[in-house]
Design a protein around this ligand. Structure first.
Ligand SMILES: Nc1ncnc2c1ncn2[C@@H]1O[C@H](COP(=O)(O)OP(=O)(O)OP(=O)(O)O)[C@@H](O)[C@H]1O
Ligand SMILES: O[C@H]1[C@H](O)[C@@H](O)[C@H](O)[C@@H](O)[C@H]1O
Length: 352
């Protein structure tokens, strides 16, 4: 079945609707992340956008299927088992933090893909239907035919641009980006619902053109994110965070966005949830473990927000999103024993 109009009514910013028992498909390889500072390994963690996203979905009780490939050397126990490619090694990324691991911003991280596992083929993906698909490769494992299969079997597909535009130096594996137009995926993008890029990656696409094809979400670290949807542009404010490691922020953001969308939030409200999960992620090295009380509070605030929006369409505007933001902020900070400093200073957050 082809997808002529990639956004069914529940995913438009204007008429959101909850998907009962959503089926979400995540496609992208797990990897081993090695964090290096001043020539020394400071941490080795489970990585890959699929791992960060499934962590957010699992924590938010949104069921998902995950397709990922690793080698026999894969070191981690995961809730969603990967396919083991017997002859291959697990994808490994080294992240070099030249300016210090607690620096703010993105120029501080240089990424190298040291080994690459097999690509994910259309035949690796189940032949069933999904409400939502997420194409979230990290090391070039998503092929154009893989994305084509995803848009066939999923009602809506969200794509992280990093899955499409990364190329890897043949000598040292350093990650470079190519323009989306030259990526080999451009012809499929009119069938995609959401395209997520960091502000650095957004330089490699024509946002003006892309926003006519799908909803474009550009994340910008501590500044939050911006949504481009046809002629609408919405700035979604960040949450205050004490950054320790930026790895996985964009992935957790995408997880939070999809949790919000399947719950029936508008796109900007769902992106606010993305900002929340992204901000928590930067405070951890590796996979964040979300506080149960915080998750419960977030669930309650999401339900409250939905009721509010159902009662009055005026609640979907920016002023009211400020209120949603304010209500999510204490949900995050008050109950977390890990954040005594933020508990004292952080309730207002950085809302610029
Ligand atoms: N220092 C920070 N403070 C608060 N929120 C942050 C911070 N860094 C990231 N975030 C949140 O996480 C989201 C995604 O972060 P970012 O723009 O760094 O994505 P990314 O570059 O794709 O991340 P990565 O490649 O490291 O996974 C941001 O839009 C923001 O909401
Ligand atoms: O674990 C990380 C994470 O998934 C990042 O989003 C990605 O950019 C890196 O390549 C990966 O190693």
């Amino acid at each position: 079945m082809t997808q002529n109009h990639p956004l069914p009514p529940q995913q438009t910013p204007h008429s959101p609707r909850r998907i009962p028992n959503p089926r979400v498909l995540i496609v992208g390889n797990y990897c081993h992340d090695v964090l290096i500072q001043n020539g020394a390994v400071v941490a080795e963690t489970l990585g890959g956008a699929a791992s960060f996203i499934s962590n957010v979905l699992d924590s938010s009780s949104v069921a998902c299927d995950l397709v990922s490939k690793v080698g026999r050397d894969f070191r981690y126990e995961v809730t969603h088992p990967p396919i083991v490619a017997p002859e291959k090694e697990t994808t490994v990324f080294e992240a070099y933090f030249d300016l210090g691991i607690d620096g703010v911003g993105h120029a501080d991280r240089v990424l190298k893909r040291v080994t690459a596992c097999d690509p994910i083929l259309p035949s690796d993906i189940p032949d069933s239907r999904f409400d939502f698909g997420m194409a979230v490769g990290v090391g070039g494992e998503i092929l154009p035919e893989t994305l084509e299969k995803m848009v066939e079997i999923c009602d809506v597909v969200a794509v992280d641009i990093q899955a499409l535009i990364r190329v890897f130096d043949p000598v040292d594996g350093s990650v470079k980006l190519v323009n989306l137009k030259e990526s080999g995926f451009h012809h499929i993008l009119h069938r995609v619902g959401f395209l997520k890029a960091s502000s650095d990656e957004a330089l490699f696409m024509d946002v003006e053109q892309m926003k006519q094809l799908c909803c474009v979400v550009v994340t910008n670290g501590e500044k939050g994110c911006r949504i481009y949807d046809k002629d609408d542009e919405t700035v979604v404010p960040p949450f205050l965070a004490k950054q320790v490691d930026p790895t996985g922020a964009g992935d957790s953001f995408l997880g939070g966005l999809v949790v919000g969308l399947v719950e029936g939030l508008t796109v900007p409200d769902a992106a606010l949830l993305g900002n929340l999960f992204g901000s928590i992620t930067v405070e951890h090295i590796g996979q964040p473990k979300f506080d149960l009380m915080m998750l419960q509070r977030v669930k309650e605030e999401v339900q409250r927000r939905k009721k509010q929006c159902n009662l009055s369409s005026s609640h979907k505007n920016n002023n009211d999103r400020d209120e949603f933001h304010a209500r999510l902020s204490p949900a995050r900070f008050q109950d977390s024993p890990l954040q005594p400093k933020l508990l004292v200073n952080g309730l207002s957050g950085d809302r610029s």
